[in-house]
Design a protein around this ligand. Sequence first.
Ligand code: GAR
Length: 203
Amino acid sequence: MFKIAVLISGSGTNLQSIIDNIKDGYLKNCTIEYVISDKKDVFGLKRAKENNIKTMVFDKNELKEDLSCNILKFLKGKVDLIVLAGFTSILKENIIDEFRNRIINIHPSLIPSFCGKGMYGLKVHEAVIEYGVKISGCTVHFVDHGTDTGSIIIQKVIDVKSTYSAKELQQEVLKTEHKALPEAIKLISEGRIKIDKRKVIVS
Ligand code: GAR
C-alpha cells in the first residue's frame, strides 16, 4: 500500500476529494494513514474521523517553532507521501530534507503568480481579482525550501469572470483542486513522475 499523511488547517474539502477518490477506486493501492492538523477543532478532522482515519493535532500556537520537528518525529518512516491540503504552516528544512520529493502542496493560483509568503486561502483570490487577470486556477507542486517554489506537477486553469467575487472565484478554483490533487497523487503513487532539474516529467 502507498501510505499517505494529509496535513490540513481547515475545512478539508481537498482531504475529502482524496478520501472519495480512494473509495471509488481512482486511487488504487493508496491509503490515508494519518490526518494531521495544526489547529484544533477544524472541520477536516471531523471528515477524517467519519472515515475512520487516525487524526493528530500538532497545535501551532502551542508548538510554535517546534511544529515541524514534532511532525517529522511522528511521521518519519511511517508514510510514503505527505500531502499539504490547505495546510497553512510553513514546514522547516529538516522535514523537507527527510521527505525530499515526497511532500506535495496544493495552491489555489497559477504559480508563480499570486503565491509565496502570506498568500493563502481567500487572500489569493482577492489579489487575483484586484489585479484583473483573466485566468486563474490551481497548482500542485513538490515542496522545497522556498514558499511555493518547488517543481510543478499539475496545473488546472479557469476563466476569471468579471462578475466573480473572491468567494465565487475560490469555489470555482476549488473544483479544479479536487481533480488536480488526486491526479498528482495517482501519478506519484504509480511511480510515473521523474524530475529533471526543476521540470516534472510524466511517463
Ligand atoms: C485550498 O484552496 C488550498 O488550495 C488552499 O487552502 C484551501 C484549503 O481548502 N491552500 C493554500 O492557500 C496554501 N497556500 P480545504 O481545507 O477545503 O481543502
